[in-house]
Design a protein around this ligand. Structure first.
Ligand code: AMP
Ligand code: ZN
Length: 465
C-alpha cells in the first residue's frame, strides 16, 4: 500500500501519516453541542471522520478514538458572549438543560449508528469532567496565562507568541479592527476559561470552583478531556472547518500553555455541507436532519453514500436531486451485491490496490467509488467481485453485508403508478413519465428503465425504516 497521505491544516500540506507510537493512533474529534438535533451538515463531518478512522485501521493502526459531547458552556457567540446554548434550549422548550442534554445526546448517538459510524473508544461529556477542566485552568493560572474580569476568567492570548498559527490569524489586524468589541478583554482573541454564574439569574448548570460558582468555557473541555484520554500530544485532531479559527486555535493555545506540547500532530478539517449557497447551521432553526430524510424514504446510508461522492476538503452542496441519485446508486450497488453468491473467493488484488491508493491519497473517496463501480461493472467472477466489495466496504462503511432485499411485493397503488408510467412512456410523454418517477421516489420506490421495461426497487433498508 502507498503511504497514507493526509492534509494537515497546521502545515497546510499533505504529509505521510506516521503515528507517535508505532502501530497505534489516537484521534480526537470534536463532538456535538447537544441543545438540538444534529443537522446533516454536522453529520457530514462525522462521516468524514469515520472514513478517516477506517482508513487508519486499514493501514494497520490500532485506534483510540475519542468523541466529546458538549453539554455545557458553548455560548451563542463564539466571542464568549450571550447565553449558553443549553440554557437557551431549555428556555425554548421549557425543559431542564439536563433533560435536553440527555435527549439530544441519545438522538445524536442514534444518528451516529444509523450512519454506520464506528463506535468511538470513548464518548466523553463535558459535564462529567468539570474537575479536570478546573485542574487545567489552575495549571494555566500557574503559568500566568489567566486574568479575571467581572464575568469570568480569560486566557491571555497576548502572552503566547504562537497563538492562532493554525488559522494563520492576523492578530494585529484583528485587534485593530475590532477594538470596540473588546469589552473587558485585553485582546480580541482572548477567550473564557471559566464564566461566573450571573448574580441575578439562577443557572441550571453550575459548579463551585476556586474562583467562584460558574461553568467552564467551551474550549477547555476539549483540552482537558483529550489530555485525559489521549495524553497532551497525540496523533490526529479533527473537526469541521469552522473550528480552525476559534475553537481549535484555543484548544491549541491552552494545551501549549499548560504543557508546552503541540496538542496534535495532524489537524484534519472537513469542509461544510452547504444548502442554497448558505452554510447549514443549527442556530438558524431551519435545518435538515436525518429524520427529514427518512420522512422522504431516504435511507441514512444513502446520505453516507452522498458524502462519499465529494472529497472531504471540498464543499458538498446539498440538493434533493443529488441525494436521490445517491440513493439510486446505493440501491443498484446493494442489489448487485445481493445477487452475487457468497463463496470462498479472494478479493481481486489489482482492484484492491487501486482502491487503497485512492483512499491513501488523502481519502479520495470519489475516486475510490469510481474504482468500486469499475469493479461492479467488470467481468470478474461474481464471488471475486463480492469479496472485493467486502474489502472496500471496510472503508466505505455502507454495511452491504447487513443489507437484505425486501420481499419485493409491489403494493397495488405503486403498481398502478407504474402501469400509468408505462402507458405515458408508450405515448412519448416524457414529462409525465418523469413526474411519475418523482412520485414513486417520494413513496419510497425507485424506478429503473432497462431494455425490458421498467424495474422498481424499494428504497428502505431491511424493511426497517
Ligand atoms: P456543533 O454541534 O455545532 O458543535 O458542530 C458539530 C460538528 O459539525 C463540528 O465538527 C462542526 O465543525 C461541524 N459542522 C457544523 N456545521 C457544519 C456543516 N454545515 N457542514 C459540515 N460540518 C459542519
Ligand atoms: Zn473541541
Amino acid at each position: 500500500m502507498p503511504p497514507l497521505m493526509l492534509y494537515d491544516t497546521w502545515s497546510r500540506a499533505l504529509r505521510p501519516f506516521v503515528s507517535i507510537e508505532a502501530g497505534r493512533a489516537g484521534m480526537y474529534c470534536c463532538g456535538p453541542t447537544v441543545y438540538d438535533h444534529a443537522h446533516i451538515g454536522n453529520l457530514r463531518t462525522y462521516v468524514f471522520e469515520d472514513v478517516l478512522r477506517r482508513a487508519l485501521v486499514r493501514n494497520g493502526y490500532q485506534l483510540r478514538h475519542v468523541v466529546n459531547i458538549t453539554d455545557v458552556g458553548h455560548l451563542v457567540s463564539d466571542a464568549d458572549e450571550g447565553e449558553d446554548k443549553m440554557e437557551k434550549g431549555s428556555r425554548r422548550t421549557g425543559e431542564s438543560a439536563w433533560t435536553i442534554a440527555s435527549r439530544y445526546t441519545d438522538a445524536f448517538v442514534s444518528d451516529w449508528r444509523a450512519l454506520n459510524l464506528l463506535e468511538p473508544s470513548i464518548w466523553c461529556r463535558a459535564t462529567d469532567h468539570i474537575a479536570e477542566q478546573i485542574a487545567f485552568i489552575v495549571e494555566l493560572e500557574r503559568g500566568g496565562y489567566v486574568y479575571r474580569t467581572d464575568d469570568g476568567l480569560y486566557f491571555d492570548t497576548g502572552k503566547q507568541h504562537s497563538y492562532g498559527y493554525l488559522a494563520r490569524l492576523d492578530r494585529a489586524g484583528l485587534q485593530a479592527g475590532k477594538r470596540v468589541a473588546l469589552g473587558a478583554k485585553k485582546n480580541i482573541t482572548d477567550f473564557a476559561l471559566w464564566k461566573f454564574s450571573p448574580v441575578d439569574v439562577k443557572r441550571q448548570m453550575e459548579w463551585d470552583s476556586p474562583w467562584g460558582r460558574g461553568f467552564p468555557g467551551w474550549h477547555i473541555e476539549c483540552s482537558a478531556m483529550s489530555a485525559k484520554y489521549l495524553g497532551t500530544s497525540f496523533d490526529i485532531h479533527c473537526g469541521g472547518e469552522d473550528h480552525i479559527a476559534v475553537h481549535h486555535s484555543n484548544e491549541i493555545a491552552q494545551t501549549e500553555a499548560a504543557y508546552g506540547t503541540r496538542l496534535a500532530n495532524f489537524w484534519l478539517h472537513g469542509r461544510f455541507l452547504t444548502l442554497s449557497a448558505a452554510k447549514m447551521s443549527k442556530s438558524n432553526g431551519d435545518f435538515i436532519r436525518l429524520q427529514t430524510l427518512r420522512d422522504r424514504h431516504i435511507d441514512p446510508i444513502a446520505y453516507r453514500y452522498l458524502c462519499l461522492t465529494a472529497h472531504y476538503r471540498s464543499n458538498l452542496h446539498f440538493t434533493w436531486e443529488s441525494l436521490y441519485a445517491a440513493q439510486a446508486a446505493l440501491n443498484r450497488l446493494r442489489h448487485a451485491y445481493a445477487r452475487w453468491r457468497q463463496k470462498n473467493a479472494l478479493a481481486d488484488a489489482r482492484f484492491v490496490a487501486r482502491f487503497d491508493a485512492e483512499v491513501n491519497e488523502d481519502l479520495n473517496m470519489p475516486n475510490a467509488l469510481a474504482v468500486l463501480w469499475d469493479l461492479v461493472k467488470s467481468d470478474l467472477p461474481d464471488a471475486t467481485r463480492r469479496a472485493s466489495v467486502d474489502s472496500f466496504d471496510a472503508v466505505l462503511g455502507l454495511g452491504l453485508r447487513d443489507w437484505t432485499p425486501l420481499a419485493t411485493e409491489i403494493p397495488e397503488d405503486i403498481q398502478a403508478l407504474l402501469d400509468e408510467r408505462a402507458r405515458v412512456r408508450l405515448e412519448g410523454d416524457w414529462a409525465k413519465s418523469d413526474a411519475l418517477r418523482t412520485t414513486l421516489q417520494l413513496r419510497g420506490w425507485q424506478v429503473e428503465d432497462g431494455r425490458d421495461g421498467q424495474r422498481v426497487l424499494p428504497f428502505s433498508r431491511n424493511g426497517a425504516e
